[in-house]
Ligand binder design. Structure first.
Ligand code: F6P
Length: 340
């Protein structure tokens, strides 16, 4: 019998390090076999899989993406647990490790509730999953966003412009808060805190008055006080989620018109999710993978590995779902002291 592994949802730097952590520990320490399902739950439903051997995971910690592919397929819309059990029996899989974000882990919990021997590993660059202090991929996204803002500042300085850097963060502003603080942004705008355009312009003008080229960090899910919904001019994706991106371009002309300061916006988008994970993310992901395997060996089904302080623990999938880990008001207020 083998242990199955799948990665679901949007990718995050560190997915491959998790896979390596699971397989290397399993082979080297316990002599176990593994099967990788391609493209998330879809790989189970379509019987699209391949063995994951020690050879397959050589040197992959530093690779972005996921060597087994990912998708947002919901298994309950395509045969549900009966189909999963049928495939497991046919190919000899007796348990499953699912690496995914909120949507993927919700399906994982539902499968566990129905009796599937499954364990979860939390993943999201947005860092919005409750139950774990941090998710891997977040640190990499913050690094990329910080470096990008540093670059935006030098061109902003050269032209005396206000620069807006739009970063990921669908429901929460962790990437904007951390990268904005690291880059010394003059305003940080996050989904949790609705703000008026007048307030944003005050911060921009104050920075300009001190001879600085203003830098505004904004999360894609931010909306102004006057906006009813998030900015999603590209409609909805196939799963009914608004396609975010572009709030920076909305703010730029508003700021320019009100302050008279030439303003440019840059949307970083998927750049933040691609490429090499940071050392921190590789270590966290590897430890998550090793702990997930131990959770399987201990037959603690329906649990998810999590970071608490510096320890890796396991929590009920329930604890990680249903509630987003938003930026606390006091963390925002702390950063806000330095705006303008
Ligand atoms: O949830 C992570 C995330 O990166 C969000 O910040 C972003 O809105 C979304 O995924 C983008 O998803 P997609 O890969 O479908 O464009």
């Amino acid at each position: 019998m083998a242990i199955g592994i799948l990665t679901g949802g949007g990718d995050a730097p560190g997915l491959n390090a998790v896979i390596r952590g699971v397989v290397l520990t399993g082979v080297q320490v316990h002599g176990l076999d593994f099967i990788g399902f391609r493209d998330g739950w879809k790989g189970i439903l379509h019987e699209d899989y391949a063995p994951l051997t020690r050879h397959d995971i050589r040197g992959i910690s530093k690779l972005g993406g996921t060597i087994i592919g990912t998708s947002r397929t919901n298994p309950f819309e395509h045969g549900g647990i009966e189909r999963v059990r049928e495939v497991f029996d046919k190919i000899g899989v007796d348990s499953l490790i699912v690496i995914g974000g909120e949507g993927t882990l919700a399906a994982t919990k539902a499968m566990a509730d129905l009796g599937l021997p499954v364990v979860g590993v939390p993943k999201t660059v947005d860092n919005d999953l409750d139950g774990t202090d941090y998710t891997f991929g977040f640190d990499t996204a913050v690094e990329i966003a910080t470096e990008s803002m540093d670059r935006l500042r030098t061109t902003g300085d050269a032209h005396g412009r206000c620069m807006i850097a739009e970063v990921m963060g669908r429901h929460v502003g962790w990437i904007a808060l951390h990268s904005g603080m690291a880059a010394g942004a003059h305003a940080i705008l996050i989904p949790e805190v609705k703000t008026s355009i007048e307030q944003v312009c005050d911060w921009v003008t104050s920075a300009k008055d001190r001879g600085r080229a203003p830098l505004v960090a904004v999360a894609e899910g931010f909306s102004l006080e006057t906006m009813k919904d998030v900015h999603a001019e590209r409609g909805f994706d196939e799963f009914g989620r608004p396609r975010l991106g572009g709030i920076g371009e909305v703010l730029a002309p508003m700021i320019q018109e009100r302050t008279g300061i030439e303003t440019r916006a840059t949307t970083l988008g998927h750049i933040q999710r691609g490429g090499t994970p940071t050392g921190y993310d590789r270590v966290l992901a590897t430890r998550f993978g090793m702990a997930a395997l131990q959770t399987v060996i201990d037959e603690k089904w329906g649990r998810m590995v999590a970071l608490r302080g510096t320890e890796i623990i396991d929590v009920a999938l329930d604890d990680a779902l249903g509630k987003l880990k938003t930026v606390p008001q006091e963390r925002y207020d702390e950063a806000r002291l330095l705006f303008g």
